[in-house]
Design a protein around this ligand. Sequence first.
Ligand SMILES: [Zn+2]
Ligand SMILES: [Zn+2]
Length: 176
Amino acid sequence: MNNYHSVPSTDSKPIHLALFYTQIADQEIQIIKQVLTKTYSGVIDVYKAGEIKLVDEAYNPNRNQYDADILLRYLLERKKSELALWVINKDIYCKGMNFVFGYAMYYKGAILSIHRLQTQDLIEKEAIHEVGHILGLEHCTNQCVMQYSNSLWDAKMKPSFLCENCKRKTTSFIND
Ligand SMILES: [Zn+2]
Ligand SMILES: [Zn+2]
């Protein structure tokens, strides 16, 4: 795992988080942007970075799913120095998992798939969760959006907010 020093110091200014998307309604992207801005106020500055094409080589025809690892690598090559989140509407998986809602690399970026997320509430929670990982948060056992969700049920049961402990960690991210 990287440490806090792997992101260039920004003198406590919010760090830019580029929001990329593929085949997602503009209204949905606006909502995700608002929710992230509100949750991580002062920590990140979320901006719409634009639509990008899915990577064909990430598609696995045997599973009819996209390989989250390949997508994330593609995203990290594409974005420059900032943090990035890529929201897509295809089912994704990673090694050893039938599917994942999201896939992140600490202090770099994440993929969020809304494919299995049936409600707006779930999309928002998982967006907050993935960005939490981008900001270095690990899974948390408190009443917290960073609880690990292995299923839709888990995702439904967890709250949509960060616990005090996780919140504190995200602010130390920029004040480092
Ligand atoms: Zn997670
Ligand atoms: Zn927490």
